[in-house]
Unconditional design. Sequence first.
Length: 148
Amino acid sequence: MLWLLPVILIGGWFFPAFGLLVLAMIIFFLPLSYYKQRYWCWYLCPRGSFLNIVLPPISLKRNLPKLFSRDWFRWGIFYLLIGFLIFNLLKAGISPVLIGAAFWLMCMLTTGIAIILGLIFKPRSWCVVCPMGTLQEEIGKWGSPRRE
């Protein structure tokens, strides 16, 4: 899935409607989390693949401060970013291109944050606070018990 991140980030620069791919992934993979929790994060996330492949040679590989794994912090990041997204979606109105641009902008912002965190701390540090992962984890708690 690594190829999908540059398609969205670079393609969205020229064709903002590419951001609709982000919305499609959210719509498709959130229901899966009811059964598999963070399966998307572990195996399919294009950003996670990028962070795993590109950042290890240049990352400082420090441990992430414990603050980042606290539920209140993770949900605070979730609500902050969702608020930013909703603000941009309200500005977009019903235009599919502008809706795509809002999701593309969110993808650009979070990828930038992910790279910064991955350089300073361990490569996949973003995954600890990722809003999609936080939501998947919560939905997974409501779902079927996991088989270990």
